[in-house]
Design a binder for this molecule. Structure first.
Ligand SMILES: [Zn+2]
Ligand SMILES: [Zn+2]
Length: 237
């Protein structure tokens, strides 16, 4: 019943639930199954285990919420994930499109002492290399790049979906958190953004996963569950 004894699998679920919550999506079995690309029965069973272990509560309408312990544990995993990614890019010099999977492996095996050392090593960095705040409560909302109108100035805030195939694509196209650009064109299929010396051509489904600050800004909207995890066949390229 202690948060110190969550299994790796439990921690993966807690992490995904935390991502859903951050994106403003309801924590439901269906959204977890979609995000983790697992079957609903598999997810149902694991959520039962998380409930028995005291990490989540299930309401009569099947909606899931964190217990205090679950929330704390989930946030700790997410924080470590982002910290490790930043350490790998800034201290070890690994390209930012290659650190997510490494962090997935390392985040479960980190002691508080190592975490404190890593935090000291990254200096002033406040986000993972994909734009997600390392500490909770510092997320700037933003809008999906797909919603920005042609001519809008945009600043990339973060990549909501960290699937590495998608990160490789962003790197190739010249996208990076903090970079400024202008939406040059957009239609039902594609969004084209011009950056200093680079032009990014993104399918609309990929542009859905990039959060930006836009001027003029479209109205904010809640993420779509598909934004968090897209399977490769939906990248469309
Ligand atoms: Zn990551
Ligand atoms: Zn990241």
């Amino acid at each position: 019943m202690s948060g110190d004894h969550a299994t790796v699998a439990e921690e993966e679920y807690l992490q995904i639930m935390c991502w859903l919550e951050e994106a403003g999506l309801p924590i439901t079995g269906a959204n977890v199954a979609r995000a983790m690309q697992l079957s609903p029965p598999t997810v149902h069973e694991m959520i039962g285990r998380l409930e028995r272990d005291g990490y989540v509560l299930r309401a009569d309408d099947k909606s899931i919420s964190f217990t205090d312990e679950g929330s704390e544990h989930a946030r700790a995993i997410v924080r470590r994930h982002r910290l490790i990614e930043r350490f790998l890019t800034d201290v070890l010099g690994i390209p930012w499109d290659e650190v997510h999977e490494e962090a997935e492996r390392l985040e479960h095996a980190m002691s508080p002492v190592l975490e404190a050392r890593m935090l000291a090593a990254i200096g002033d960095a406040k986000t993972c290399p994909h734009g997600h705040p390392i500490q909770g409560g510092q997320r700037i909302e933003g809008v999906p790049l797909a919603d920005a109108e042609t001519g809008a100035k945009v600043r990339i805030l973060r990549f909501e979906n960290e699937a590495e195939e998608l990160l490789h694509l962003f790197k190739r196209e010249g996208l990076e958190p903090g970079r400024h650009g202008v939406v040059a064109a957009g239609d039902d299929d594609e969004v084209i953004v011009e950056f200093d010396g680079a032009t990014a051509n993104l399918t609309r489904s990929v542009a859905e996963t990039v959060s930006v600050l836009a001027d003029p800004s479209p109205p904010p909207r809640i993420a779509l569950p598909e934004q968090l995890v897209l399977s490769k066949d939906r990248y469309g390229r």
